[in-house]
Design a protein around this ligand. Structure first.
Ligand code: HEC
Length: 117
């Protein structure tokens, strides 16, 4: 698995935060906001907790292929690799993010294309 160079740009993190807000918070929750879907077994982890590892290559694979036997869907048919890498960049960079910072990051306008800060 080749990790794109310069993965964790502000633009990628903004795009990832927005994608996360649109597609993932229902099950995974976001800072200060519990998941709206309850009762899944295994339970979806809080991915933005400080202290998580969120290795970008592993996160990319789990998002793209899903996790068989659990409620975690495969997103590879719906999201291009660039968007999945943006999610991976966001989830790695933003571990421990506050509610206010998440709200700001996930509402910023960006096309998600890789640019350096
Ligand atoms: C329908 C509910 C649901 C949705 C929507 C969902 N997930 Fe998940 N996700 C899960 C569950 C359940 C697990 C835990 C599976 C397990 O325990 O192995 C999981 C696990 C994961 C993991 C692995 C965590 C770990 O510790 O290994 C990642 C990464 C992940 N999800 C990312 C995402 C992203 C990004 C999105 C949005 C694009 C998303 N998920 C949307 C239910 C969901």
């Amino acid at each position: 698995m080749e990790i794109p160079a310069n993965l964790e740009t502000l633009q990628a993190e903004q795009a990832g935060a927005r994608l996360f807000r649109q597609n993932c918070v229902s099950c995974h929750g976001s800072p200060g906001v519990p998941a709206s879907v309850q009762g899944l077994k295994p339970e979806p982890p809080n991915l933005l907790r400080a202290g998580r590892r969120n290795d970008p290559a592993q996160v990319f694979g789990k998002i793209k292929n899903g996790i068989p036997g659990t409620a975690m869907p495969a997103w590879g048919d719906q999201l291009p690799d660039q968007s999945i890498w943006a999610l991976a960049a966001f989830l790695h960079h933003s571990r421990g993010i506050s509610k206010g910072d998440f709200d700001a990051l996930s509402s910023a306008e960006t096309d998600g294309s890789p640019k350096s800060r």
